[in-house]
Design a protein around this ligand. Sequence first.
Ligand code: AMP
Length: 401
Amino acid sequence: MTNSNILVINCGSSSLKFQLINAESEEVIAKGLCERIGIEGSKISYTPAGGEKYETVTPMEDHTQAIRLVLGAITDEKTGVVKSLNEIGAVGHRVVHGGEKFASSVLINDEVLKAIEECNDLAPLHNPANLIGIRACMELMPDTPMAAVFDTAFHQTMPQEAYLYGLPYHYYEDYKVRRYGFHGTSHSFVSRRAAQILGRNYEDLKIIVCHLGNGASISAVKNGKCVDTSMGLTPLEGLIMGTRCGDLDPAIVEFLCNKEKKTVQEILSVMNKESGVLGLSGGFSSDFRDLVSAYERGDEAAGRALKAFSYRVAKYIGAYTAAMNGVDAICFTAGIGENTSLVRTMTASYLGYLGIELDEEANKKRGEEVFISTPESKTKVLIVPTNEELAIARETVALAG
Ligand code: AMP
């Protein structure tokens, strides 16, 4: 690619995050966010590398207009970072759901657009927004190659026993109801990086990645392939999260509908938006900074949320150790995984059977690549900061050549 900057786009239903990354140096040249697209009070924030952040409140009727503003900001005479759009070699789009159709990233063409659209009912809030972003970019940059990088793709290597639910098999055949998993770009990036840090062959390792952010998931990566992951058909399954409940008895849905006189949709909304550590702390906070400081002041509600969260992480680590018949390394990543030492300590307190010993000093570190297990620890434990935008840029470079 002669024009070696990659624009990475992550489109939500009313927001759009972007980064411009140099393909060779992998430096972020500019980044920003469009918020409240299609809603009154829309705003773009834009930060060129080493420069100050610009925020402009400006109407954005739709995503095409948002992308037009992003391209305008990047090429602006005064505050821009490139002279023209010709300096953008390719665009990488994050796409949430690739169903069973995509086991890897792809260059986008009409056929790919159609296939992504066919996955819409698996992610009705996310995929349509991703498609709008892609189409808007294609309209404004018709000659620039575009890649789709899927949250689900890395998990497509799971064996059937890991992805099937215990439901009538024809639900899988008829509707593709199965475990897909999300955060795949992060699980792939972090597990590969862990192998590099360990100085070992990716294909020879058993790695557990704990992606603990506001949305949280765990994956088991054996010999360079994902063999299980905690999120399911949707991101609601698995760990207790910021506001999502994670695993529970499915019969609770009907039970609560009856007790609370609510519809299934309303209870699911509670399970997505009012549960997790927010719900467990009695509505106090979903932010781990708040929870940890409250816990340190002796707050019981924060304590029970943190303990339940960490216990669930430890339980999954146990399950995935069994799934892989062992584990060489456990990685913590994303907002909580990288920053909240208390969660790492609480989780590790269950893992003595793996011969894990935490290095308390190292575990105080935040947001950097570091071993937090002692050199004697049989299983290695590391913090590996994730970087989904860089991962998307790399995939895009690989495809666009
Ligand atoms: P993410 O979704 O990966 O951005 O992660 C968001 C979560 O990470 C929130 O619950 C934050 O409280 C937590 N987090 C971010 N920074 C810190 C920090 N410095 N210390 C503790 N938790 C943090």
